[in-house]
Design a protein around this ligand. Structure first.
Ligand SMILES: CC(C)(COP(=O)(O)OP(=O)(O)OC[C@H]1O[C@@H](n2cnc3c(N)ncnc32)[C@H](O)[C@@H]1OP(=O)(O)O)[C@@H](O)C(=O)NCCC(=O)NCCS
Length: 184
């Protein structure tokens, strides 16, 4: 059963399943893909991926959101993950993130994932404010956040014991941007 959370033009975001571990272990086992994740550049083992998928399934059950699995609508192929989590697994802020297998980069998917996740979080789940953090040198990811409407809040050492670029998107800003787009 596909537990769909939300869909965009090309993508489905759904609840993770243990069967996703194989494809995700191949993606997250690539050190280049993980260059700007966690401590940076650590290829994850299958066990690490499995642990996180189990954690995401539990997070979904408890909180109603997690780092979802992303599929192409056309083929059902799993291309990566994206969604929302309490920052550093603790909160209180809710962090938006995304990550794709390398062969799926450069097609606008991260922007689509971020937009769909933000919409679901702010409009459906009623969350008031999202943050996102990125390694300062992760220019592609920072570009994605700006395209979606996040505001640059500078550099911080507050999260993950590292120096991050911090972004913020409030529901107020989201609504204002959408009103602008609809010409209203
Ligand atoms: C970063 C990542 C999510 C981007 O995914 P993607 O689907 O290729 O992103 P999109 O195509 O939606 O958008 C990327 C944007 O950044 C731009 N970009 C990409 N690399 C860039 C770079 N090195 N410098 C400047 N801009 C860059 C692209 O041109 C595009 O902007 P545009 O639409 O204005 O042309 C993807 O490369 C990835 O999963 N990387 C590994 C995991 C990761 O770093 N996740 C984010 C952690 S914060």
């Amino acid at each position: 059963m596909t537990e769909t959370i939300t869909q965009s033009e090309r993508l489905t975001l759904r609840v993770p399943r243990v069967e996703d571990v194989d494809v995700l272990a191949a993606y997250w086992g690539d050190a280049q893909t993980m260059k700007y994740i966690g401590k940076g550049g650590e290829a994850w083992t299958r066990e690490m991926v499995q642990q996180r998928i189990e954690g995401a399934i539990e997070r979904q059950r408890v909180s109603g959101y997690c780092f979802w699995v992303v599929e192409l609508r056309e083929t059902g192929e799993v291309i990566g993950q994206g969604g929302i989590v309490p920052v550093a697994n603790q909160g209180p802020e809710i962090e938006l993130g995304y990550r794709l297998g390398r062969k799926h980069w450069g097609k606008g998917y991260a922007t689509e994932i971020a937009r769909a996740s933000a919409k679901h979080a702010l409009e459906t789940l009623g969350i008031d404010r999202l943050i996102a953090v990125s390694y300062p040198e992760n220019a592609g990811s920072r570009r994605v956040l700006l395209k979606v409407g996040f505001e640059d809040r500078g550099i911080t050492d507050r999260y993950y014991d590292t120096t991050c670029a911090l972004y913020e998107l409030t529901r107020e800003r989201w609504d204002a941007l959408r009103a602008d787009q609809s010409g209203g």
